[in-house]
Structures are given as structure tokens and as C-alpha cells.
Ligand binder design. Sequence first.
Ligand SMILES: C[S@@+](CC[C@H](N)C(=O)[O-])C[C@H]1O[C@@H](n2cnc3c(N)ncnc32)[C@H](O)[C@@H]1O
Length: 480
Amino acid sequence: MEIDTTPKRGDEIRLAIDEAAFEGRSVGRVNGFVVFVDGAVPGDVVKARIVKRKSNYAEAKVVSVEQASPFRVEPRCKHFGVCGGCRWQHVDYSKQLQFKEQHVVDAFERIGGLSNLNLLSILGADDIYFYRNKMEYSFADRQWVDRSTRSGAELPANLEAQKVNVFLGLHVPQRYDKVLEITECHLQSEVSNRILSYVRSFTRRRNLLPYSSRSDSGYLRFLVIRQSERTRELMVNLVTVDDRPEVMRDFTADLRSAVPETTTVVNTINSRKAQIAFGELEKVYYGDGVIHERLGEHVFTISARSFFQTNTAQAEKLFEAAKSFAELKGDEVVWDLYSGTGSIALFVSDAAREVVGIEAVESAVRDAERNAQANNVRNCMFLLGDLKERLTADTTWMQSSPKPDVMIIDPPRSGMHPKAVDEILNLAPPRIVYVSCNPMTQARDVKVLCSEKYVLTKLQPVDLFPHTYHIENVAQLLLK
Ligand SMILES: C[S@@+](CC[C@H](N)C(=O)[O-])C[C@H]1O[C@@H](n2cnc3c(N)ncnc32)[C@H](O)[C@@H]1O
């Protein structure tokens, strides 16, 4: 095959893959010209088709693997390669961990402009399958059919001819109009596969229609399954457009006999056009509408709308790392910024004098307060507010509250608002522990903190999401 030095869209080229890139892709080069490849593994030699061409790089998809990388393993899941949930199931787990470490280093060197990083060895997962305590599946009236599945077998065609008009599964990346029917998922326990099969047969038997944003009609939106890792309590939440008590009563009765492990059944009703799994009304049809999960010493009550880390065992390792970076002696005031349902605050509370959590979502603040109370933790308080306003020096609260000795920060993927970073610099706590699920925005924020007043002393990556490219990272910063 002829190698074009500047490959064009549609070209098929032979590529040696030499490194992992951001977002689960790999990199190959044609005379120095970078090609990001989907579905390849570093160490492979592949035939790849160029699908996008920009001035300084191209994007390609694997057509065939000509020489397999020694790091390739057989993926377990039959949906692998089509479903976007796992991008690295075909990569040996120890290699996945190495890629994730490299991702953290690249982010801090390239975006953070920092060098000589003190990177502690990544904390990998003991259980790399069935580790999720929550999965959210979507209903759709159209399914995604990929005729070139990994096994080469075709997915069932002509489903419309069988009058099947409810599909339940996961969205294929960047394709939100259809779902991929999921019959097995290796991320949540085996019981979730039985629930999927039950829900599919119930909704088809009753001729219940998925919500369609095109016609703004239909009933079914999402199926959310939450199962506690430690107590095994199991919540099935059907998210629908309207309130149909008779349907839900039948759904619950049949579910309880099909899947007796179910401990609570909830119906979240969201009549708005926005396709989200939250709603204006929650009705409990069985059990008490919550499950309980243990993290460290504490038990958390999780309702249908509560945020909770999806990998319980690894969340414990993450919070242990944050607690150890906080170096608490017992007399410190700790501020837990972006405190969510208070899991970090509670986790460190036994080692601090006082913990103040700040969080923008009211229901999360209420959950955090309830969790503190239920666990008999008396030295935590939780405040509602947007960080960029809460931290401004001229508020009564700021003037009257004790200043933090340690700040633990756990923002969303987008990182911190620049104004919040400025306010943290004004407050200048002696120690900052920055927990993040996105090393790129973390590196960006750390760069600002370090260019002013802080030194980055160590980094601890923790893998909460085996087989995906996601990575959590904890950074310790000390005041200069
Ligand atoms: C990654 S989660 C942190 C979760 C928390 N550590 C826990 O374990 O529950 C980020 C949290 O930041 C909150 N948040 C997002 N933007 C915020 C803002 N501007 N001010 C305060 N909280 C915010 C979100 O509601 C969410 O609970």
C-alpha cells in the first residue's frame, strides 16, 4: 500500500501505533504527521481509514489489525467496539493504568507547564468488572445497528417488522437519536442484565412507547439501576414522562417476582422536553425509596436524585489519598469545596476540628446534612452557595468564620471558575488538596495557583473507571 505523506479523508493507510492519546484514542504518525486512531492499541500495526483531516492532524478508524500489540486482550463484552461505555476493554489492565498515569503527566506538563512531578504510583482497582453501583440506560424508538460488530456477526435486523418499537440500552458516542440495545454489561452486577431483560419484555408486552423528542410524545425515558456494593440493596428507577400509577403498580409487582433482589422501586416523572433522568416528582412504589452504601466508617443514604461516587471500593481509596494529603493532626479547620453529598467531609471529619462543606445544589446540601446526622458526626456543617460568590471576602459569613488550615477541592469536570481560584489565592490556606476527575482542567487551575503562591508537592492518580479512559487524580499543594 502506498503511504501518502499527507493522508486525505477516505485514504486507507498502514500505521504503526506508538502511544495512547487523550480520550481513549491512540496515535500513529505518517512522516511526523499525527493521526489519532480509534480502536487501536499502542504497539499495533493497523490499516486505518482517515475520517477527518485538519491542517496539523488527522483522525482515523481501524479497518484491520495487521500486527496485534502485545498489550491486546480479548474483550469480554459482545457490545465492545460499538457501545461507548468501555473504550479500553481490549487493553491489558496494567497497560490501561500506565496510559492513565501518562495522561496525568501529559496534562501537568503540557497544560500545567510543570516539570519534575512527584507522581505516586497509580492506585488500580482490585475488581475491574462489575464495579459500578449505578447505571443509567435510555429508551428510544430507534436502535443503533452496527453491521460490523467485533465478532463480525450482524445485530438483529428488521426489528420493526416484528413490531418492536422499544429499545433500551446505551447511546453510541455522539449519536443521541438511537440507542444500542444492551443485553449484557460487565460494569454493573449480573442482576442488572436480568433487570434490563425484564424491563424490555414488560414495556413491549404493555406496548409502552419511548419518549421521542422529535414528536414530543411517548412515556419511557430512562431506567436507572443503583445497587449498593456493601449492603447489596437494589433500586430500580423508571424515569417516565407522566404519572401512570396502574402501570407502575404492575411493573413493580412483576419486577419483584422476576428480580427478587430488588429492595426499592421508584418512578421519577419528568414531563419537560429536556432528556434528563431528574424530574419534578418522585413516587416510591416499593421499599423506602433509598439504598444505603458504606464508605469507610460511614453509611450514606442514597435517594434516586443523590450524587454518589459510582465505584465504591475505589472511592474509598480516593478519599484515603485525599485524607493522607491533607496531613491532618486533629486541630485543623478544613473546608470541603464542592462538597456534594458530604462524602469527603465525613471521611476526614474524625481527623479535623471542624469541616465546612460548600455546595451549589440544595438537595445535595440536605443529603450531606442528613448523612452527617445519621452517622452522628457533629463537627461538619454544610453551606449552600456558588463558590465564586461564597468565597468573596466581604460577606458576613467570610468575615465571621474561622479561616481554613486545609482546603479540599473536588470540582466538576470543568474545573474551577477563575474567580473561585482568585478567592482561594486571597484566602491562601497553608495546604490545598485538589481532587479531580479531569486532569486537564486540574492542571490548568494548579498552574494558576502555583504561579502565584503554591508549590505542587505530589500527585496521586486513582482508577475509578477501569476500561474507560477516565481517571481521578489528587494533587497536594503547599503554600510557599
Ligand atoms: C465532583 S462533584 C463533588 C462530589 C463530592 N465530593 C461528593 O463526594 O459528594 C462536584 C460538585 O460540585 C458542585 N458544584 C458545581 N459547581 C459548583 C459551584 N460553582 N459552586 C459550588 N458547588 C458547585 C456540584 O453540584 C457537585 O456536587
